[in-house]
Design a protein around this ligand. Structure first.
Ligand code: FUC
Length: 738
């Protein structure tokens, strides 16, 4: 049951006698800032580019691997770091009567309330009803666990805290503390952290030994856990004590009420009802199993998964801090898969796709902050490798501002990272219309555009200006010689990103009334940027500028459809031929893959306005699985707690699906608000949604019956003209003032 308040996370497992509660802090990273730029790299650039032009991409790739990757071990190194679990709280319960004689509890139940962000666990043992309640408080910024029983003196337990490495535990004046310092990859003196645990008892006794707090014969127990790190110089020792002191002064009910009030301010902005069915009464694991077989009889599942995604967004990030990483906030290990980092070739972007349209706009800001921090190091990288102006980030980053190429050419040389991030930054403006924000991010967008503009080179064959060297994220192709390579010039995604970014910078500079000259330069350059898509011999969108065949036709990345989503360069109405080629591309790629891939395909089909196909992808995404291996191929799904399984656990599948479900209900990228653009048969009968957002800062409520809109309301802070497509007809209306 993942809980979080945007900084602290807690995942209780509901163990009967031994409960493990995984703890997290979104800032807890090993590693440290480094300069892994190869400042000589640009000297190899002419040779690399020449080999690519000669069709010797494999030789170019060897050169990239030699001279054009980051210095040192890159993401495999200790300095690069990892997002890690903070540790775990272990509670050993001693149920009176002796656990040994108890076979199974009665009425064992665990629950997670999405609209209050509180988890629960209850059961009856030896005629005593026990209840546990957990939340990561949005009030005092501490984790709280309340354990009670319906008979006095029944709470007996030992509470300890640990992590797999780099920790020391002590008890002091009734407080249990765990502290430590992670490896920074240089002198070992990396990030410091501290977790404090205190308890409040009703009746009973508290004692402690060196490593644990021991509770005897209490009627009720409340555990408070505060934790923090020294990330960005945070006064973690003082702050953790202050939050505890503040929390303990309040009654449990007051704390809980304030928690719910604060959380609800975000969560309650949107409500969704897609109809209900009997399946809702089932426990989640059995409901998931049934959904995969009979999805049409459980329309509420999509609403649940959608709201779960919103719940996870609110729980895993907060304004002023860090964006959700590959595990959101809920890593349970030290060696987190893929370092639990920020992958820039789809994953961190996907994590943010739902936030605007589902009315959680400010949750995009931590990503914008992260990106602002990449500009300075990215300028060094642009110079070192491309002798170019502006800034670039390649495929992966961490909290230490890594922008260098990755350690291997096949994936590490992608040029798309920084430009793709700029899409997220732009979308926050497109939805919020916040001019002040636009002014703030303009230098970031401009710097990114400047990089591409100054790094592009002319392809003598076509006359187009292209990135070189680059890769289409993580994919490989056959050269005519039969050899394989990943390095090429101007992969389609780069061209789409550049087209979109230049247009956004042109629009932004016009709105802000600045940089007329640079705007002109971009306008001119745009004439030399390849179109949004080129159709291959077999009717698909080409992934590369040449009509190469990919080595894996079912490859998980479908980067060349970037123009379909998140960009809106390809649409069924404006570019029907390209939309058709996008369909064909998706047919060949197939519907399976790691969960994020399935979610992305759901989004693509929603943009192609095929509701039933999008729904099929949703069903695929909800395939129950317990797999934990690192998967690059087929087999994505969800775990019984509905966290997305790549496998392993990777939260982008949850967020991508939430964005996809929203995209089935509303779209606003084509100059008008489209209500129900991709409604599947499964949701036709009835629906009611309140609080969706559309570009232009509109809030949309609507309901429908038998596939037709029966009522809608579009509001905005000031009444203004807006086009809306309702039941197939576009009309212009004046929005209501909200
Ligand atoms: C990219 C994807 C993988 C995985 C990883 C975190 O490398 O290709 O499937 O999602 O990011």
């Amino acid at each position: 049951m993942p809980l979080g308040n945007g900084r602290l996370g807690m995942t209780p497992d509901g163990g009967l006698t031994n409960e493990k509660i995984v703890l997290n802090d979104i800032t807890l990273w090993s590693g440290s800032e480094q300069d892994a730029n190869n400042y000589e790299a640009h000297k190899s650039l002419p040779a690399i580019r020449k080999l690519i032009l000669e069709g010797k991409n494999d030789e170019a790739q060897a050169l990239v691997n030699r001279d054009f990757v980051c210095k040192g071990p890159g993401s495999g190194g200790a300095q690069w770091g990892k997002y890690q679990t903070l540790g775990a709280l272990d509670i050993h319960y001693d149920h009176k009567g002796g656990d040994a004689v108890i076979a199974t509890p009665e009425d064992y139940k665990r629950e997670l309330s999405l609209d209050s962000a509180i988890a629960g666990c209850s059961y009856t043992l030896n005629q005593v009803k026990y209840k546990r309640e957990y939340f990561c408080s949005f009030d005092d910024d501490v984790n709280i666990i309340k354990i009670s029983a319906d008979k006095p003196g029944m709470i007996n337990c030992r509470i300890s805290i640990s992590r797999p490495e780099k920790f020391a535990v002590k008890t002091e004046g009734g407080q249990l503390q765990m502290s430590g310092q992670l490896d920074n990859g240089t002198d070992g003196k990396g990030m410091q952290y501290l977790a404090r645990v205190i308890v409040k008892l009703k009746e009973g006794n508290l004692s402690s030994d060196q490593n644990s707090l021991i509770v005897k014969d209490a009627d009720e127990l409340i555990i408070y856990v505060s934790a923090a790190t020294d990330f960005r110089g945070f006064a973690f020792k003082e702050k953790t004590q202050q939050s505890l002191s503040s929390a303990i002064k309040k009654s449990y009910e007051t704390q809980k009420n304030r928690h719910v009030v604060n959380f609800s301010k975000l969560f309650n902005r949107l409500s969704i009802d897609l109809g209900s069915g009997e399946a809702e009464e089932r426990p989640t694991d059995s409901r998931l199993a049934a959904f995969y077989e009979h999805s049409e009889s459980d329309p509420g599942m999509a609403a649940l998964f959608f709201q779960y995604g919103r719940y996870l967004s609110i729980s895993s990030t907060r304004v002023g801090l860090l964006p959700p990483n590959l595990q959101g906030l809920w890593a349970k290990e030290i060696n987190t898969p893929w370092n639990g980092d920020y992958h820039l070739d789809v994953n961190v972007q996907m994590n943010h796709w739902p936030v605007e349209v589902t009315n959680l706009s400010e949750l995009n800001l931590p990503l914008a902050d992260l990106v602002k921090g990449l500009v300075k190091p990215g300028e060094r990288t642009a110079k070192a490798y491309y002798n170019a102006e502006g800034w670039i980030a390649h495929v992966i980053t961490n909290v230490w501002g890594f922008t260098e190429p990755g350690e291997s050419a096949s994936w590490g040389a992608a040029n798309a990272g920084s430009g793709w991030l700029c899409n997220n930054l732009w979308e926050h403006y497109a939805f919020s219309m916040d001019r002040k924000y636009l002014k703030e991010i303009y230098p970031v967008l401009k710097g990114s555009a400047l990089f591409y503009k100054s790094a592009q080179v002319k392809d003598p064959k076509t006359g187009w200006m292209l990135t070189s060297p680059s890769v289409s994220p993580e994919n490989t192709f056959y050269l005519p010689s039969g050899k394989t390579a990943s390095i090429s010039m101007g992969p389609t995604i780069d061209n789409q990103i550049i087209r979109e970014l230049f247009n956004n910078v042109i629009t932004a500079s016009t709105i802000l009334g600045i940089d007329a000259e640079f705007r002109k330069e971009l306008e001119n350059r745009l004439k030399l940027v390849p179109p949004a898509g080129v159709i291959s011999k077999d009717g698909r969108i080409r992934e590369w500028i040449e009509d190469y065949k990919e080595t894996d036709p079912r490859h998980r990345h479908i980067s060349h459809l970037y123009g379909l989503y998140p960009a809106s360069l390809i649409t069924p109405t404006r570019t029907p031929a390209l939309a058709g080629a996008a369909r064909k591309t998706l047919e060949v790629r197939g519907d399976d893959g790691p969960s994020w891939t399935i979610a992305y395909k759901l989004l693509f089909w929603a943009r192609l306005q095929d509701g039933n196909r999008a729904f099929k992808l949703f069903k695929e995404l909800l395939k129950p699985t317990l797999r934990l291996d690192i998967n690059y191929g087929a087999g994505g799904g969800v775990y019984p707690n509905m966290l997305s399984a790549g496998p392993p656990f990777q939260i982008d599948g949850n967020f991508g699906a939430t964005a996809g479900l929203a995209e089935m209900l509303i779209q606003s990228h084509d100059g008008f608000i489209d209500l129900l653009p991709a409604l599947p048969d499964a949701w036709k009968a009835y629906g009611n949604v309140k609080g969706l957002k559309a570009r232009g800062n509109f809030t949309v409520n609507m309901n429908w019956k038998d596939g037709r809109i029966t009522g809608y309301r579009i509001s905005s802070t000031t009444a203004k003209k807006v086009k809306v497509k309702v039941n197939g007809e576009i009309r212009e209306i004046i929005s209501e003032k909200s």
